[in-house]
Design a protein around this ligand. Structure first.
Ligand code: SF4
Ligand code: SF4
Length: 723
């Protein structure tokens, strides 16, 4: 529970002001995708390879008890002693007793995150043992007294000047900042440690059940020294690292180095199976004897996850850390704010199981659900989905915080109250309003509008404009029910008008069920499933009553919620699940729907134009719904526009619902990157297909790049329609 007294906001501020950290992370975030892509160039089918990892790990976890028994029996056959440690205390007790029994005084370690998880070094040192980390990064952070800030590069938060300072202090001589020199100095300092050590402690990248072997994938060679030179070798391996056969190591070996460091293969790949001879000094002479090999199979919450239908997915992790390397939040603040040992979204989930739910709850909001990690993870883990599941678990266990509960129950779940409040906000905001935005806020709210204008609530919401924009269509080809979502209804009603214009131009009848409300995603994001269910039921009823051929949304988050989340929500209510599935099939995202209709009508033809437009892919649209071609086709077909791509067009804009307001300090650097990329594209217009991204980017443009305007794709299409 160490994290429960933490002030996460202060910690974030501290990291934001750490120039060294920010510089290192931003350079790395820039270089990483390029080196990873290069490493995968010779892999014909990356998706098939990821699927192979997923399938193999899924079958391993499904049989975890048998796998562990088999691994233990095979390792024992080859002379290893296997101990199953339920938790950190059991592991430490076993290890300290072993040290006493074997007269161990000096220990060398090669990176083991499982041992970091329980602060093993501290306990070993307290027991009077001399412990030395030998991975360069781990040694550096042990000298600095820090925790690792990355699973693969634990000292990524430090620069060479800082490292040289720690080396100089430790080695009691001035060490220059020249990297090869520093590496050489570390080698010299550590070489004696390997030779004098009685015990080597290593982790493992995998353990093979069919032969009891462990595999280590490293770059520095120290792991070989740790596992071969000392007379006792202890392996600490989590259950999630067990795989059935040696063949199953292949997909791990093909993905882990590529994803972790952009390498085709690491410098060293070591398999250790059974005891090997070792030279020990006895009475001043070197004699050969069998090495002691102890393997500690570590649980510490892992088996609980393995037996949970939802969370066993974390066994698909190969600990490559690529999810951190692409995470918009991690790449700004680094790993220490995640509190425990494992960072990023996967770190938050592991923290819940390997440390405590309380610690998870402190950091759960640092995942903004952008799904960048899902796209890249070799084990295809749906990290944001698991985080949502954990949030729901937390809310089920002890409810929402008091103030949030009151808002959710009295406002968000009651359409009339919610809409009345929004109408009142349209009046209350007048003193701060400047056209369609709010550029300044008073007092403690000022920070929210410092680098971004905030959207103003529209004077007249879309629902009050429907009658004016509805045309009578004779012999309509389709009947469409429009789900506006809160943002189009109350912030961007003009987008709703454009949607109507485009659909009616296609000779479709459009209806707007008045009883529709928020899609429920915001409350779901907080983990409140019960309220989300109530909202979903009301929406389903309202749209069933329309008898429409299709339900259209111009907000990808709403479309995704209707498509997938409503169905998942009703897992335990079969009748509602059937209704959610039936209506979910009718839900279409606006651009993909219109592109198909334009194609049929021969209107999806590329045209020439002078106005440069760049398209921002919303996270939910691209990685949630898989839609990214259609909006571009529509823009290319729109008269007068030339489509130009911006760098990182599919990177999050930093809005992410309440995150954009609650964590303004993190949202702003993410937005700033987006504005920089828009500027570099030289576009005059930014096109989006998501009203939430529109709010955020509009606000950033208004403050930072006012000559560039933003439009929903629907508005650009509507402009092209002659009255
Ligand atoms: S969750 Fe996926 S991307 Fe992240 S460390 Fe694990 S395997 Fe790598
Ligand atoms: S979904 Fe996005 S914010 Fe969340 S962990 Fe993955 S990359 Fe990070």
């Amino acid at each position: 529970m160490e994290a429960n007294n933490r002030n996460i906001k202060n910690e974030i501020q501290e990291k934001l002001q750490d120039e060294v950290l920010r510089g290192a992370l931003s350079r790395f975030a820039e270089a990483y995708p390029i080196s990873r892509a290069k490493a995968y160039e010779n892999v014909a089918d990356i998706e098939a390879l990821r699927e192979q990892v997923r399938q193999m790990k899924m079958s391993a976890v499904a049989d975890i008890e048998n796998l562990a028994d088999k691994f233990e029996a095979e390792a024992a056959k080859r002379g290893a002693k296997v101990f199953r440690a339920k938790d950190g205390n059991a592991l430490k007790e076993y290890l300290i007793n072993l040290c006493k029994e074997k007269n161990v005084k000096r220990i060398v370690k090669s990176k083991s995150m499982a041992s970091e998880e329980i602060h093993l070094n501290h306990d070993l040192e307290t027991a009077g043992l001399h412990v030395k980390e030998t991975d360069l990064g781990e040694w550096i952070i042990s000298l600095a007294g820090h925790k690792p800030s990355h699973m693969v590069m634990p000292a990524i938060h430090l620069n060479r000047e800082q490292v040289a300072g720690y080396f100089s202090k430790e080695l009691k001589q001035e060490i220059p900042t020249d990297i090869p020199f520093m590496v050489q100095a570390a080698r010299q300092a550590l070489r004696g440690e390997f030779l004098e050590a009685d015990m080597g402690i290593s982790g493992a990248n995998f353990g093979i059940a069919e032969n009891g072997a462990i595999g280590l994938v490293t770059n520095e060679g120290n792991a070989r020294l740790v596992t071969t030179l000392p007379r006792v070798h202890v392996v600490i391996i989590g259950y999630e690292k067990l795989i059935p056969t040696i063949k199953d190591a292949a997909p791990i070996l093909r993905t882990l180095p590529r994803n972790a460091t952009g390498q085709l293969m690491t410098s060293y790949m070591t398999m250790t199976s059974g005891v090997t001879p070792v030279m020990v000094k006895q009475d001043g002479k070197w004699v050969e004897q069998d090495k002691e090999l102890h393997i500690i199979l570590f649980d510490n919450g892992r088996l609980q996850a393995a037996h949970d239908d939802k969370f066993k997915e974390i066994y698909q992790c190969v600990r490559c850390a690529s999810c951190l390397n692409v995470c918009p939040v991690y790449t700004i603040v680094g790993g220490h704010v995640y509190g425990h040992i494992y960072a990023g979204g996967i770190g938050a989930i592991l923290t819940a199981f390997l440390n405590s739910m309380g610690d998870f709850e402190k950091i759960n909001e640092l995942c903004i659900g952008c799904r960048k990690c899902v796209e890249i993870c070799p084990g295809k883990i749906d990290i944001p989905h698991l985080i949502e599941e954990l949030r729901a678990k937390a809310v089920k266990e002890h409810g929402l915080p008091f103030g949030v509960k009151a808002v959710v129950e009295n406002v968000l779940s009651n359409r009339k109250v919610f809409h009345t409040l929004l109408r009142l906000a349209a009046i209350g905001q007048k003193p701060f309003q400047s056209g369609r935005v709010i550029r300044h806020l008073p007092l403690f709210l000022a920070g929210m509008a410092k680098d971004r204008s905030l959207p103003a609530v529209a004077d007249v919401p879309f629902r009050d404009r429907v009658s004016k924009v509805t045309r009578k269509i004779n012999q309509p080809v389709k009947k469409i029910a429009f789900f506006s979502g809160c943002n189009i209804d109350f912030i961007f009603p003009e987008t709703g008008e454009s949607v109507y214009k485009v659909l009616q131009d296609l000779n479709m009848e459009v209806v707007f069920p008045e009883e529709q409300s928020c899609c429920g995603k915001p409350v779901l994001g907080m983990g409140d499933r019960e309220t989300a269910k109530r909202i979903a039921k009301k929406n389903i009823e309202a749209f069933e009553a329309t008898g429409a051929d299709a339900i259209l949304s111009a907000c990808p988050t709403c479309a995704e919620t209707w498509h997938q989340t409503y169905i998942e929500l009703f897992e335990d209510e079969p009748a509602w699940k059937a209704r959610a599935e039936k209506i979910g099939h009718k839900v279409c995202e606006f651009t993909s729907f219109v592109a198909k209709e334009y194609q049929k009508a021969g209107r999806l033809v590329k045209t020439a134009g002078n106005v440069k437009v760049t398209y921002h892919d919303s996270c939910h649209m691209k990685r949630g719904l898989g839609i990214y071609t259609e909006p571009r086709q529509l823009l290319e077909a729109a008269n007068g526009y030339e489509l130009v791509e911006m760098k990182d067009c599919d990177k999050c804009c930093g809005m992410a619902g309440a995150f954009g307001v609650k964590y303004t300090e993190l949202s702003m650097p993410i937005l700033k990157q987006k504005i920089t990329n828009i500027k570099a594209s030289a576009a005059e217009i930014v096109a989006v297909a998501c009203p939430a991204c529109m709010m955020q980017i509009q606000g950033g443009l208004d403050k930072q790049l006012p000559n560039v305007k933003i439009k929903h794709v629907a508005e650009i299409l509507a402009e092209n329609i002659k009255e």
